[in-house]
Design a protein around this ligand. Structure first.
Ligand code: URA
Length: 204
């Protein structure tokens, strides 16, 4: 059966992401554009069934133009490697807002609302089977404001964005140490098992 009409090819997805990234890279729609160094659009495989979504770039990401490349990112990379046997290039990593909030404050509601079309666009193009929300801000945005990260982590929620599983933010894991990192490992394994059960797992 020819499924080419409904399933975009890798080339289509790359092209669509490039167009969206081009728009984001010159975006001045909110105040964050005035203080950013680089727009942090997202990174990884346009065909990944697994997408990680964080809150917004920090200082290292703002300089590099890539998501989760600072200390938190190193922990995320390690968990993706050790628990999934994958690298960051095999999954897709993005943030709610694409420009760094000054002093690492939480993004303001107006900044989130202004930036949302980029994340919605990325999700629409990549069409992941599962979105992992990294931390409370991403979980509340993707699932709903009543979510408690402690109660919701490792559980699966149907949301307007697709199926979402929250886990602790890597920065929280770094601050809290072993028990939080153990929980993060368990949750990332749950994400893999979910994808295996759905027949969507592409890793080893
Ligand atoms: N924290 C986030 O939420 N995103 C990043 O890209 C880096 C740190």
């Amino acid at each position: 059966m020819d499924t080419s009409a409904s399933e975009p090819s890798t080339k289509d997805r790359v092209g669509q992401l490039e167009v969206l990234m081009g728009r984001a890279s010159s975006c001045v729609a909110c105040e964050l554009s005035a203080t950013r160094t680089k727009v942090v659009f997202g990174q990884g495989s346009e065909n990944s069934p697994l997408m990680f979504v964080g809150e917004g770039p920090g200082a290292s990401e703002d300089l590099a133009g890539l998501p989760f490349v600072g200390r938190s990112g190193k922990l995320l990379d390690r968990l993706i490697d050790e628990e999934l046997g994958l690298s960051r290039q095999d999954v897709y990593i993005a943030n709610i807002v694409k420009c760094r909030p000054p002093d690492n404050r939480n993004p303001l509601p107006i900044e989130v609302a202004t930036c949302t079309p980029y994340l919605v666009g990325q999700i629409g193009i990549i069409n992941p089977s599962l979105i992992v929300a990294l931390g409370a801000v991403a979980a509340k945005f993707l699932i709903g404001p009543a979510i408690s990260i402690t109660a919701a982590r490792g559980r699966f929620f149907e949301s307007d964005f697709g199926v979402v599983m929250p886990m602790y933010h890597p920065a929280y894991g770094l601050r809290q140490g072993a028990s939080a990192i153990t929980a993060m490992r368990a949750d990332i394994v749950s994400a893999k098992l979910y994808l295996v059960q759905k027949g969507a797992w592409v890793g080893r």
